[in-house]
Design a protein around this ligand. Structure first.
Ligand code: NAD
Length: 379
């Protein structure tokens, strides 16, 4: 799967629970090393379950491939020539992967554009390709390379790059949820107040890219966890999500929250999610294969929908905690355990060291060692 391999690098594989998505229950495998993410997703999903679960949708899996065409005397005339040759171009593109075409996918359309660049105007041909149940990068890159000579012939130009775009804005997943106000009541906070505080947190992310980046990092904690567990390319999803978050010229939150009927909390998410249930490492990695089986999705579109719901649940859990007790309380016990393990003390001391660090609110390696020493000498 890679080059110069000397070993493998494991991560915890966990199952997030409580997900009710479009009337179907899901157990969601997540691979992630960060404490509290899986608990957060499960808690967010539990709150949403009380409002009837997630409602989701995903567009057909249309990915964009780009061909850069240079050395054109008149790029706008070349655009016309490409549009006139659309039928021939699609036919040529669809010779490359007969399996996908037989499944109802393949090249659907072309969109030639002229863009300004620091080196002057250039023509970029977009190929819109339905990748069915694949993530699609290999399929599209192969198709673009096969198509390049014909593009040169039609335009009279020179093709440089031929590569998929990770800004997959034709392949969007959406999820919506409602959380009853009273479900948000806890620990001295009235549900109404929690809704208000979550809306304040959302407004902060809308107004400030410094906050929006962290808001979206929380969303991606969940989405990346599922991507990793299912053998998908999380870098591709990350690149697409953040480019999409900045599509209007200002980096913005990927989720939106509002007060709905009867004061309930309403939330939604929309982002590109390019994942597959075939191809890449999804079948080559045995753990990913099992994760997909546990999840029980039957198509890449279904996986897109589940991942959108996970992103929304993750964001809800983070905002609820941040806007009330702060995230450290829930985080501390697990974090303390990681700290205790990292300093390598005898296993019999771990629980006591963790408890004491949490009680003292001093979660540091030096304190863990001190406590372990005290425990050792006191016996
Ligand atoms: P792939 O080429 O491994 O698999 C797709 C193949 O599966 C298709 O050629 C098709 O013939 C076959 N197939 C069988 N049943 C199918 C079905 N139901 N739906 C769709 N295809 C079906 O995988 P891929 O998805 O084209 O490429 C994904 C990989 O590309 C990822 O591992 C990613 O890391 C890598 N990649 C990403 C980028 C990028 O994102 N910029 C660039 C290059 C490579």
């Amino acid at each position: 799967m890679s080059e110069n391999v000397v070993g493998t690098c494991s991560l915890p594989l966990a199952i997030a629970t409580n997900f009710l998505i479009d009337g179907k229950d899901y157990l969601v495998p997540m691979a992630i090393e960060e404490s509290s993410v899986v608990a957060g997703a499960s808690h967010g999903a539990k709150l949403v379950r009380e409002g009837g679960g997630f409602t989701t949708e995903a567009t057909p899996p249309l990915m964009i491939g780009q061909i850069q065409v240079l050395d054109l005397a008149d790029p706008y005339e070349a655009v016309e020539r490409l549009l006139d040759a659309k039928g021939r171009l699609l036919e040529e593109a669809n010779k490359v992967d007969p399996v996908i075409v037989a499944l109802g996918g393949g090249a659907q359309d072309i969109e030639p554009r002229v863009i300004d660049s620091p080196r002057g105007p250039m023509l970029v041909l977009h190929l819109l390709y339905d990748v069915r149940d694949a993530m699609g990068a290999n399929v599209i890159n192969t198709t673009l390379e096969a198509l390049a000579p014909l593009v040169e012939e039609i335009t009279g130009g020179r093709v440089n790059l031929r590569i998929i775009s990770n800004l997959a804005d034709r392949r969007l997943a959406r999820a919506q949820a409602t959380v009853p106000q009273e479900a948000l009541t806890f620990d001295g906070f009235e549900g109404k107040e929690v809704v208000e505080r979550i809306l304040e947190a959302h407004a902060f992310a809308q107004a400030d890219p410094y906050r929006a980046a962290t808001h979206n990092k929380g969303v991606m904690n969940g989405i990346d966890g599922v991507a990793l567990a299912t053998g998908n390319d999380w870098r591709a999803i990350e690149a697409g999500a953040h480019a999409y978050a900045a599509r209007n010229g200002k980096y913005s939150p990927l989720t939106s929250w509002h007060r709905g009927e009867e004061g309930n909390l309403g939330g939604s998410i929309e982002l590109p999610i390019s994942v597959g249930i075939v191809g890449g490492a999804t079948r080559a990695n045995p753990t990913a294969k099992v994760a997909l089986k546990i999840l029980g999705v039957n198509s890449a579109r279904e996986l897109d929908r589940v991942m959108a719901a996970v992103g929304l649940a993750q964001n809800l859990a983070a905002l609820r905690a941040l806007a009330t007790e702060g995230i450290q309380r829930g985080h501390m016990a697990l974090h303390a355990r990681n700290v205790a393990l990292s300093v390598g003390m005898p296993e019999k001391y771990i629980d006591q060291v963790v408890d004491q660090m949490v009680e003292e609110r001093k979660i540091r390696p030096d304190r863990a060692q001190e406590i372990a020493r005290e425990l050792g000498t006191s016996r």
